[in-house]
Design a binder for this molecule. Sequence first.
Ligand code: HPA
Length: 251
Amino acid sequence: MNLDIDLAVIGGTGLYQLADLQDAEPHQPVTRYGALSGPVRVGTLAGRRVAFLARHGEGHSVPPHLVNYRANLAALQALGATRVLALNTVGGITERFGPRVLACPDQLIDYTWGRVSTYCEEPGTEVLHVDFGDPYTPALRRRVLDAAAVAGVALVDGGCYGATQGPRLETRAEITRMRRDGCDLVGMTGMPEAGLARELGLDYACLAIVANWAAGAGPQVDEVITFEDVLGNVAAASSGIPPLLHALLAG
Ligand code: HPA
């Protein structure tokens, strides 16, 4: 069912709905990939048709390694989405990415394992080796960055997202290694989502919301990261998202 969706938004931890999505109707298209995380809510935002899907389910019940990324993206595409903005809650590793920062990364490193990470494994499907040098669609990133500038929302341009398996947080040694590898941000849901979006030919960009310093990365090296801190910082940083989305959709 093609609903002519201008933008699909996938919400992460702490982001289970889009506040100003009007007249939203739930849709749950059936795809060959099984159940998606929950209903796709399609409504109107800034005069445009927008779809929203909570990646972890609306009650945060699906852990990162069990998210059915294939079903989620296939369902958004089945509804007519061609552009996806992924909201990802992350930890910050390097200096520019402290708690409450919003960032639009331009690179990623995948440390996940054991996840179903391709559409190319059904018998008879052609195996695609999609180009992934720029894992996020440059034109969509540009639009997100321009929208943030128009809306006056501070957004860090660039950074490397390291995708870890979770659901536990990382050790300090793991974060030290990730910093050495060149990661600026760490999260658990960036992959395989970005790779699958590329296989489907969807435009895809990430809006990362820094919830905490990653283990050992902040000024207090032995700081314990609590879920309450994470949610508090996500809520505070998320105030920039509605104006950014309005500018993005208006542009
Ligand atoms: N590590 C991995 N994922 C995260 C973190 C983190 O520190 N914070 C929020 N999501």
